[in-house]
Design a protein around this ligand. Structure first.
Ligand code: 5AD
Ligand code: SF4
Length: 475
């Protein structure tokens, strides 16, 4: 669930992007909010819920914090570095508050949940602290904060899915959008803080998901990504149609909105992705052939300490099954180096698993102990930092080679590509993605294509991160 730049070493997935909806909207409101989002795609999606709630309260979004009445940081706790980045940013805003006493600053998301009122103990750092399940109470909390009270709501919920709130699409390209289908996580991977900051897993009403996909399609969007910490455990009892909706069924229903609407999803847990999901993917052309399947470690012993509940062999069999059912499936991964007790042999196991899985792309991290997690309580963070970093470097170098090899194999092939916008480097080129989620750039030439069109592109060249091609008539 990430900004899919190939082979990024993740400190934070995306850092502090500020967004606002269409410029025209900015003048309709008398109060303005500015929001920066950090971390995973779920946070970016949550910011769109927050924007919707604030818009109903008369707040318009702005990209310029200097004209904002309310500044919000939607934060990430996944690694220590992510938290440090936010802290630094908050100190910058504290300085701004000194010269603009009316300005309210709020912390949202995982750091708010983890640190709770600790933020308020620090003089003038923030006025509002709001956890991921408490966004509906933002209007009341803002009102309290406006009267000079410090306001906090970090209650986690077993039910909240914001199903009825129509997200305000922020910083949108008008072609691709995210739909949150579930919240929280029950998995308890021992390194991970998410179960503590986002609470118990719960699925969103299937009807509201389909309605959101249909609405996006009606507004010209051509691709939706179904988002959740663990999408494969989606489960909804649909009393209206007397039906149990699994993730496979949900995928099918979204795919049926229109063959012109591409469907992606993230993130899958290797233990939960089923044949039903894989067979549904192979049945519908518009469900993209791409799976983000985090490995974390290639050593069965480490996987056990991580509480991932699968072995190296089990993961390998899963990759084999994916390739049997969807031969051209793109697969990416998350890898952690230097988890507690990791030996050189364990590390070698990770490298060999990466090679066997032949990932197209990976997000790679070194282990960062998070307070309160199972690992922090049970195990010693005993791999020295320089060893963690050296292993990370090796993992990155291997992934660079695997990505290069994967792209090389695509030369000469033709892909159906959805145009997302101009290429970053040149307005004379389009940028889009193929089903496998690879970025392809190609010259616009004299063709009459526009953003949101599907085109066939033949690959002529490549870099480690990008395919380079030209438009052709057909596959
Ligand atoms: N240290 C390093 N990486 C972590 N991740 C989660 N928790 C930690 C941690 N404590 C990584 C995992 C996960 C991704 C979103 O972040 O690889 O899949
Ligand atoms: Fe964290 Fe594991 Fe849940 Fe992912 S599946 S959010 S890594 S606990």
């Amino acid at each position: 669930m990430q900004d899919l730049v190939a082979n990024k070493v993740h400190d934070e997935t995306r850092q502090g992007e500020a967004f606002a909806p269409f410029a025209n909207d900015e003048n309709q409101y008398n109060k303005k909010f500015y929001i920066e989002s950090y971390g995973c795609q779920m946070n970016f999606s949550d910011s769109e819920i927050v924007a919707s709630i604030l818009q109903n309260e008369g707040f318009g979004a702005t990209r310029n914090y200097e004209e904002a009445d309310l500044v919000l940081l939607n934060t990430c706790s996944i690694r220590e570095k992510a938290e440090q980045t936010v802290r630094k940013r908050l100190t910058e805003f504290r300085k701004i508050k000194d010269s603009r006493p009316g300005l309210l600053v709020g912390v949202l998301g995982c750091m708010a949940e983890r640190l709770k009122s600790k933020f308020l103990e620090e003089e003038k750092l923030v006025d509002l602290v709001v956890g991921p399940d408490a966004y509906r109470t933002l209007p009341v909390l803002i009102e309290e904060a406006e009267t000079g009270q410090k306001s906090v709501n970090v209650l986690l919920s077993r039910e909240e899915t914001y199903a009825d709130i129509s997200p305000v699409r922020l910083d949108t390209n008008g072609v691709t959008a995210f739909i949150s289908i579930m919240r929280g996580c029950n998995n308890m991977c021992s390194f991970c803080v998410v179960p503590f900051t986002r609470g118990r897993e719960r699925s969103r009403d299937v009807h509201s998901i389909i309605a959101e996909a249909q609405n996006l399609f009606d507004r010209g969007y051509k691709e939706v990504t179904l988002l959740g910490q663990n999408v494969d455990s989606y489960y909804w009892i649909d009393e209206v149609n007397d039906e149990i909706v699994t993730f496979g069924k949900l995928l099918e229903k979204v795919a049926l909105v229109s063959p012109e609407l591409r469907v992606r999803f993230s993130t899958s847990h290797p233990k939960d992705i089923t044949d039903e999901v894989l067979l549904t993917m192979s049945k519908y052309d518009n469900i993209c052939n791409y799976i983000h399947l985090p490995l974390q470690s290639g050593s069965t012993r480490v996987l056990q300490l991580m509480n991932r509940t699968y072995t190296r062999e089990w993961y390998m069999a899963k990759v084999k099954r994916i390739r049997e059912i969807i031969p051209d499936c793109g697969i990416s991964s998350d890898i952690i180096t230097g988890f507690c007790t990791e030996t050189e042999e364990d590390h070698t196991d990770t490298l060999s698993m990466m090679e066997t899985s032949a990932y197209d792309m990976s997000y790679m991290f070194f282990y960062s102990e998070r307070p309160g997690t199972l690992a922090a309580r049970r195990y010693k963070d005993d791999v020295p930092e320089e060893v963690k970093k050296r292993r990370l470097k090796e993992v990155v170098e291997l992934q660079n080679r695997l990505s290069y090899e994967s792209n090389k194999k695509d030369v000469g092939k033709t892909f159906k590509v959805l145009i997302e916008g101009n290429s970053k480097k040149s307005d004379a080129d389009w940028m889009g993605r193929n089903s496998q989620n690879k970025v392809i750039v190609f010259p616009k030439e004299n063709y009459n294509y526009k953003k949101g069109d599907y085109v066939f592109v033949k690959v002529n060249d490549f870099t480690q991160a990008t395919l380079i091609g030209e438009v052709v008539k057909e596959l």
